[in-house]
Design a binder for this molecule. Structure first.
Ligand code: DAH
Length: 368
């Protein structure tokens, strides 16, 4: 049917093409003007735009193909013009394009609240770690980091835990498999504390040193409310001439007041660490009851928070292998190490360490 409505084109000059296309356009306009109802509109669409038998398809397959090469461009332009006219006629007949429903779906109600996008936030552990670091940065300490996969030498031996020494048993260690053929000092493990970075720092720079080292550590500990196989520490090291235990006490007393409030008191208890002599555990007056005694401090009024001590001369001797200026006869120093989770749990009143690592947005969202 459609084929019969497309005349045979014999001439391809501009005038002949104009005549042919304007005749078709007039037919389209006349037909469109008479359209009444959806069925008629659909029939019009099929007649002109139908993929297989539509008139425009016929024009393209018959005229365009038989046209001499030099006329193809002119023909193509007129073809596109006609197609646009037909499409516009169809749009007009169907109610000018998009339906009301489509328009409504697209409409923008500027009175609605916007879409809230989650901007990330500092994890409470990162935040606490940064807070601790900035207390020491304000005292002139620099900040360093070290590897989480560490050698036996840095994690233990150079920190004065000799191979086979029972002090190693206090830090249940995750070791890399398949290292039996290496000398013990080169065997890799997940560092159990940030203390090895003390040695790495001293090997790289002569005294004086004032540095804090935040970082992640691992131990083969079963998880419970207060233990996790992954946790974080901030290590500190200060080495210079005439550094004394009073410097250590004054520094840590200031740091605890900066972190927990100026009314907090500190006390130092004898302890043992292989890399410090003497060693001490630092307790702070209970921040929950102010020292009167409560459930949190087990009625003692004190809470144990970190380890510290004067750097053991044996540790300086290891450092002196690379930096002879670490001569225990000329310099002295103190070190300390604190658990970040423990401090964060106290500051924010968190009772389960696992919450830090569970990735539950209901928990983490409280710290935004
Ligand atoms: N490295 C110790 C631990 O993980 C903590 C520590 C104690 C670090 C005393 C120190 C220190 O630097 O002097 O248990």
């Amino acid at each position: 049917m459609a084929n019969e409505t497309i005349p045979h084109l014999t001439a391809f000059d501009g005038a002949a093409l104009d005549a042919a296309f304007s005749a078709l356009e007039q037919q389209a306009r006349a037909a469109a003007a008479a359209l009444d109802g959806e069925a008629a509109i659909e029939a019009f669409r099929l007649e002109w735009l139908g993929r297989k038998q539509g008139r425009l398809n016929d024009i393209s397959s018959r005229w365009l193909k038989s046209a001499p090469a030099e006329a193809k461009k002119a023909l193509g332009q007129r073809f596109n013009g006609l197609k646009t006219v037909v499409e516009e006629l169809l749009d007009a007949a169907t109610g000018a394009g998009p339906t009301d429903a489509a328009l409504q779906a697209e409409a923008l109600d500027i009175t609605l609240p916007g879409t809230a996008r989650l901007t990330g936030a500092e994890h409470p552990i990162t935040r606490t770690m940064n807070e601790i670091v900035s207390v020491f940065a304000a005292l002139g300490y620099s900040v360093g980091v070290g590897p989480e996969v560490e050698t036996d030498y840095y994690n233990f031996e150079s920190m004065n835990f000799p191979p086979g020494h029972p002090a190693r048993d206090t830090q249940d260690t995750l070791v890399m498999a398949g290292q039996e053929r290496r000398p013990q000092r080169d065997r890799l493990l997940l560092r159990t504390h940030t203390s090895p970075v003390q040695m790495r720092t001293m090997e790289l720079q002569p005294p004086p040193v004032r540095i804090v080292i935040p970082g992640k550590v691992h131990r083969n500990d079963a998880q419970d409310a207060t233990h996790s196989p992954i946790f974080h520490q901030v290590e500190g090291l200060c080495v210079d001439t005439n550094i004394t235990f009073s410097d250590l006490k004054g520094t840590l007393d200031h740091a605890m007041k900066a972190l927990f409030g100026s009314s907090v008191k500190t006390r130092f208890f004898p302890s043992f660490f292989p890399f410090t002599e003497p060693s001490a555990d630092v307790q702070i007056s209970c921040i929950f009851c102010g020292g009167k005694g409560c459930r949190k401090c087990k009625q003692s009024g004190w809470i144990e928070l970190l380890g510290c001590g004067m750097v053991d001369p044996a540790v300086f001797a290891f450092a002196a292998q690379k930096q002879p200026a670490y001569d225990a006869k000329k310099i002295s120093g103190f070190a300390f190490g604190m658990g970040v989770e423990r401090i964060a749990m106290m500051k924010y009143g968190i009772s389960e360490i696992g919450q830090f690592f569970a990735g539950d947005m209901r928990f983490l969202g409280q710290f935004v």
